[in-house]
Write a protein that binds this ligand. Sequence first.
Ligand code: BES
Ligand code: ZN
Length: 600
Amino acid sequence: MTSCNNSAREGEAIPPVARDVHSWSNPAQARVRHLNLNLEVVFEQQTIRGTATLTIQQVSKDAKQIVLDSRALQIDQAEISPDDMTYREARFSIGKKDPILGAPLKIELAPDTKFVRIRYSTDPTATALQWLRPEQTAGGMHPFLYTQSQAIHARSWIPLQDSPGVRVTYEANIKVPEGLKAVMGATNCPDAGDCHFVMDQAIPSYLIALAVGDLAFRPTGPRTGVWAEPPVVEGAAAEFSDMEEMLEAAEKLYGPYRWSRYDVLVLPPSFPFGGMENPRLTFATPTILAGDKSLVSLVAHEMAHSWSGNLVTNATWSDFWLNEGYTVYIERRILEELYGRRRAEMEAALGYQDLEDELKSHSAADQILHIDLAGRDPDDGATQIPYEKGALLLRQIEETFGRQMFDAYLKDYFDHFAFRSITTAESLAWLRAHLFAQNPKLAAKIPLDEWVFQPGLPATAPKPASEAFAAIDSQTGDWMKGKKIETSAWSTQEWLHFLRGLPQKLDAAHMHRLDSLYHLTDSRNDEILDQWLLMAVRNRYAPAYPKLEEFLTTVGRRKYVKPLYEAMNPQQAMAIYEKARPMYHPITQASIDALMAGKH
Ligand code: BES
Ligand code: ZN
């Protein structure tokens, strides 16, 4: 077998690495630079097994051991080699398991060790993996497996240094059952047969991704396309037909797309997130296939990560806002290019509402962009705050310095820090030196430290105002009084705003009127349906309960299901969760388990 990159940038200077409280690894002593995976996917036993060969660099002369992250991995053997040809057995030990971090895997090195080969297998409880039975897929005939590595789940399927500050290239051979297709966030092979996957650009571990199932491909343009199960792929290609144009819009703003292809993999509905920006192959929920492109902002978001996140990466999970805040800002700039300012402002206004809600429900410490996550699961930091507060800060900078200056600044920022993982401090220093210093008078209007290190929003924070939404607000009172209002031209975003703007408590007559006029229980748009089901639960609107149960037992997107369980009374929640739980990804299961424990 050929290996593309085994010498892993030998001789190249090793970039410094930030201290990461969510990794046991020791990249300042010995650093993983390249991974070579030889794995087999065994559905019957719900395991991935084989070898991971790590190309390492000994950073300090007395490294003696390399420390990797692991969670519930069965480690059968570790070997070391100076040349990837002759291997000898190495001593290894697995340290004490931490409930959040998993266990350190320590492997003894010789002074000349350049390669470490680990024979291992994953456990059925691996937190990154969801194993789907055929009936949980669209086709219904074949099993399905997919990974979700962010934030610290890669360690549950690969032994590696699982810190966003450590970047690796990789290659992989994945053996899968006859008739199934494997895809990765790497170069893919659209034709049938085995694929030697290569990712020759250095990425953080949380972006390593694999999916296996009955998958088909449809192009949407020269560089873009869709992977999905056969019954879904045509619809998905139609829904995402603007993808090529999106990519061009993003490039015009922020410089060349550096990852060759941009494809989207549409997963079964249990996928716990809306989307995941795995390089070259975004993983996405099918709940965005509304039939009218109204939910494609998610694709703009994941695509935007090709600059903010994948090119310039948060060095630790405390710097997560650098990934998500920048990405939300860029997502809306892309939407504006494609669909106009009115649409982008509606999205911004919806985001602002989300932010106001989140600020009410989080402690002061958790409202800080540069959040302290020591001793906590980094997923706890994934609230609307890094997303929407982060985006609002960038919006203030844009409005203060003007688009021309800010766009040029961002383009240069992505270029300068490309393929690097940076801390909040580094990003702020760069901002001060390369934008703020150009006009200190303007810079003085932006309370940067307050934005990043204080809770809440600065008094001068911009407040997105949507004219389209103002027009709806002026009609809501009329609707409540029983008057007919004109809704035929409303977009999904306008519907969402209208529904959110109604009083939280609605009597049965109002709920019935909403449903009979607008057929909300039958909505084919999951974003609208989710909003409606939440109102149904809050107002005990029983005609929607069968739909509620159907939704919760098929869709595992955490953003939808969590608020629904929260709003339900304990009996109703328990009864549905008992049926739905086996359907959910371990990440959603963990969130709802915790919620249920609190409901007892
Ligand atoms: N990278 C995130 C998803 C994520 C964050 C996974 C933290 C695990 C830990 C992705 O880019 C994202 O933000 N997805 C959003 C959609 C987006 C349109 C806001 C989601 O899944 O809801
Ligand atoms: Zn994101």
